[in-house]
Design a binder for this molecule. Structure first.
Ligand code: HEC
Ligand code: HEC
Length: 240
């Protein structure tokens, strides 16, 4: 028994190195040949055309590549998604490479993003306090005051929603696991994927237009209420 252990360990270690080496070779090719390096540098150290990717983590790479943001520099959140030309396997290889270089947040496991048994009511509450000011109450997206745009959450997969919170793309803040715990993230994901599957989120299609419209409608609604109150008071006066 005891004689077997070191050999097995040695064999495992050798296999590990082999996987790592062949993996890195493939990755090196995908990363270099497919233009990440032209902007982010051969060793992902960054260039004038793109930031360093050392430490951004596998989650950031997976999010950026699986949503069609990367490779490229003129991603526009207001436009329809760009087509993704990489396979999931290739994306994971590049993600492994970036995490090998500098660590960072990992890609969440399927269990971490599953809606099964998640607290949707809590998810709604958390979405309203943390996300709705930019993405709208139904996750329908909207213009931000500083010329940026928070996209609709209609196409994001549960994994991408988790990764967006974890990595905070562009103008979106990072919601680290200490700010919004993994269980809370799961609740938010369950809420987002549930409301968007309902034909008319909130019973009204306002959510699809934007926060400005909603404010305007609330304002007009307020005026209408005042007018009705005035009419009612006048009528009461006349009666007496
Ligand atoms: C044409 C230049 C260009 C190419 C090619 C490109 N990127 Fe980028 N990348 C950028 C710029 C600029 C940013 C920062 C601005 C932004 O977020 O849109 C960025 C941001 C990122 C981020 C977000 C970093 C963070 O802090 O969260 C990741 C991850 C990333 N790129 C990965 C990649 C990968 C992987 C590839 C190859 C498949 C790639 N990029 C190809 C220019 C490029
Ligand atoms: C301060 C405004 C702001 C807040 C708050 C915010 N986001 Fe975002 N979010 C953005 C912006 C801007 C983008 C687009 C970034 C880009 O262009 O890469 C974005 C992108 C996303 C995406 C990617 C959508 C896609 O498919 O392209 C997801 C998913 C997302 N946010 C989820 C959330 C969740 C969940 C919360 C709350 C926990 C949240 N956001 C809070 C501004 C915000």
């Amino acid at each position: 028994m005891s004689g077997k252990k070191p050999r097995r360990r040695r064999r495992q270690r050798a296999a590990g190195y082999a996987v790592l080496a062949s993996g890195l070779l493939v990755i090196g090719v995908a990363y270099a040949a497919d233009t990440c390096s032209s902007c982010h540098g051969m060793n992902a150290q960054g260039t004038s055309a793109g930031p360093s990717l050392v430490g951004v983590g596998a989650a950031a790479v997976d999010f950026q590549m699986s949503t069609g943001r990367m490779p490229g520099k003129d991603f526009d959140a207001e436009m329809p998604r760009k087509p993704v030309t990489f396979t999931t396997k290739q994306i994971h290889q590049v993600a492994d490479y970036i995490s090998f270089l500098g660590g960072g947040p990992a890609i969440p496991s399927p269990a971490m993003v599953s809606s099964a048994g998640a607290d949707i009511a809590l998810g709604q509450q958390l979405f309203i306090t943390n996300c709705a000011q930019c993405h709208n109450f139904a996750g329908a997206g909207g213009a931000l005051t500083y010329g940026k745009y928070a996209p609709a959450l209609t196409h994001s997969t549960p994994t991408e929603i988790y990764e967006a919170m974890l990595t905070g793309p562009e103008a979106m803040p990072v919601f680290s696991d200490t700010t919004v715990t993994p269980a809370q993230k799961r609740a938010i994901i369950a809420y987002v994927t549930k409301v968007r599957s309902e034909p008319n989120p909130g019973g009204f299609s306002l959510g699809r237009i934007g926060p400005v419209t909603e404010g305007l409608v609330a304002f007009l609604g307020g005026i209408a209420a005042l007018v009705f109150a005035a009419i009612w008071i006048t009528m009461k006066r006349r009666e007496t």
